[in-house]
Design a protein around this ligand. Sequence first.
Ligand SMILES: Cc1cc2nc3c(=O)[nH]c(=O)nc-3n(C[C@H](O)[C@H](O)[C@H](O)COP(=O)(O)OP(=O)(O)OC[C@H]3O[C@@H](n4cnc5c(N)ncnc54)[C@H](O)[C@@H]3O)c2cc1C
Length: 603
Amino acid sequence: MPSYQAPLRDFRFVMDEVLDYPRHYAQLPQAEEVTPDVVSAILEEGARFTREVLLPLNRTGDEQGCRLEGGEVLTPSGFKEAYAQYVEGGWPSLSGDTAYHGQGLPTSLGMMLSEMVCSSNLAWGMYPGLSQGAADALRHHGSDEQKAQYLTKLNDGTWTGSMCLTEPQCGTDLGLIKTRARPDEAGGYLITGTKIFISAGEHDLAENIVHLVLAKLPDAPEGTKGISLFVVPKYLPDAEGEAGERNAVSCGALEHKMGIHGNATCVMNFDGARGYLVGEPHKGLACMFTMMNVARIGVGIQGLGLMEVSFQNALAYARDRLQMRALSGAQEADKPADPIISHPDVRRMLLTQKALAEGGRMLVLHAAQLADRVECVTSDAEREAAETELGLLTPIVKAFLTEVGFEATNEGVQVFGGHGYIREWGMEQYVRDARITRLYEGTTGIQALDLLGRKVLMSQGEALKPFTKQIHKFCQAHEGDAAMEEFVTPLAKLNAEWGEITMAVGMKAMQDREEVGAASVDYLMYSGYVTLAFFWARAAQAAHQALAGNPDDAAFYRAKLDTARFYYQRLLPRTRAHAEMIRAGGESLMAMQAEDFGHGFAI
Ligand SMILES: Cc1cc2nc3c(=O)[nH]c(=O)nc-3n(C[C@H](O)[C@H](O)[C@H](O)COP(=O)(O)OP(=O)(O)OC[C@H]3O[C@@H](n4cnc5c(N)ncnc54)[C@H](O)[C@@H]3O)c2cc1C
């Protein structure tokens, strides 16, 4: 069975030495509560909970999956008890609003816990993960009554949430939604329709499930402008606010799928279910975006968590497994062969995993600081700046970290050779679990359109500039520093190229809108590699600084520098291919007629 140790040392390095979390927390309104001791206690307890409680259920959850019996979904053995412990430990309320049973701690702490949960048991983690998104949507858009009723229960974990958007005929294009909401005499609405692929739509972990459902009112305009958001509980709250009468919402079937078997993916039938409007009529998509943005970062963290755990296990195996002698001669002559970690190609795979996971952690913890600032800063200008940067980085966190997450978990299998393909070792589960992360919450293609089209080009490049400015300033600050030259010289060049490429695509797009779609995924991957290069340069600088003080754990810092060099020399050159493909434009993609694609297999 795979093992997992939360990378607490690395968390500390990123927080204290790269991103200056002590200063960040000191500037938040919760400064008095988020002391270094509290942060350490949360991380350590999170590490214990995920290792001792969640990790042992990962394999059994995958093997047993969920069952639908008499309309009820039964989760794999142990899931319910683990959820009870999670609630008992106060984890669901960590960053919830204090007015509604929350502890009011910064969002970033919840994100750190989330990485550990995703490493130890992704499928289980999706149950509380979706509640978090539902709570955020209600916190921002719900009425006071809805907050008092639902937010309190979501925050204390007794109820969980789900997010019901997808229908058989619509996934990406929510304008095609058919689910209807008809006003009833009691001042609410009756919701009718079928939603598919609903994660945690039905299960046995909590007393009630709060579905957030997109539907159309009778007078709704066509397309996405006509979508409203409703809260539809599985059990209607009674006079005391507890789960009361059963609502007309049920799970019709469970999907059989490639991975995340322990998470229930449900077909949900709403048969005139009672629902309550959240926010204004026809403005539901904007409300749902609050939930989707939280969920998108959450999915990026899933990619990160899986890279980390796959790396940890691949590393242990590579140190242990003896095959062949090193090309330069025996490394461990007393053994029948050398450990496979001696071979350059195995090192390439391990370092790819390590550099992407540790780089991804820096990116996520930076995004987490922005999320804290969006929540807490009082100045409009500061909040807007944080929002713009978080908006820019969200599709990168979501899509880049899940694309490379899939690659890294695949490399994890490869390090194990044929044994990686055998279920017993658990490495193939990570690949199957990682595969969904590139799809849900908007596919990579859709995230890429969001980044290039909606965020960067629609703002005439203004959304990108503050971030490239940060990179520019960093490079300038270290100009002439011999130790940093190997990082800042290529970084400064790429940063300038990022702006040039953006301009070039923008110019082409003015002639032909298809150019945006043609460039978008390569643009997203390019942006992801440059973004991680910025964080690796900062890590290298922090490592140099620490090494200058002769620390006891110098090996940790030397490994950071080695990994930063690997990233710059062996992963960053991928930007060359992406830049070339962006520059090639869309002509070769669009030249062929749709009916000409299949000539090879036409009779
Ligand atoms: C296990 C699982 C769990 C899920 N959980 C939930 C959930 O909890 N709640 C929920 O509401 N949904 C959920 N989903 C649905 C998921 O979000 C959708 O499957 C996803 O958004 C894609 O929609 P689709 O499957 O209809 O694909 P489509 O929208 O049909 O897309 C098919 C392909 O076309 C591409 N494409 C579509 N439009 C464009 C375009 N304009 N430009 C470029 N490319 C385009 C897509 O990128 C994709 O590659 C889940 C799905 C799965 C499999």
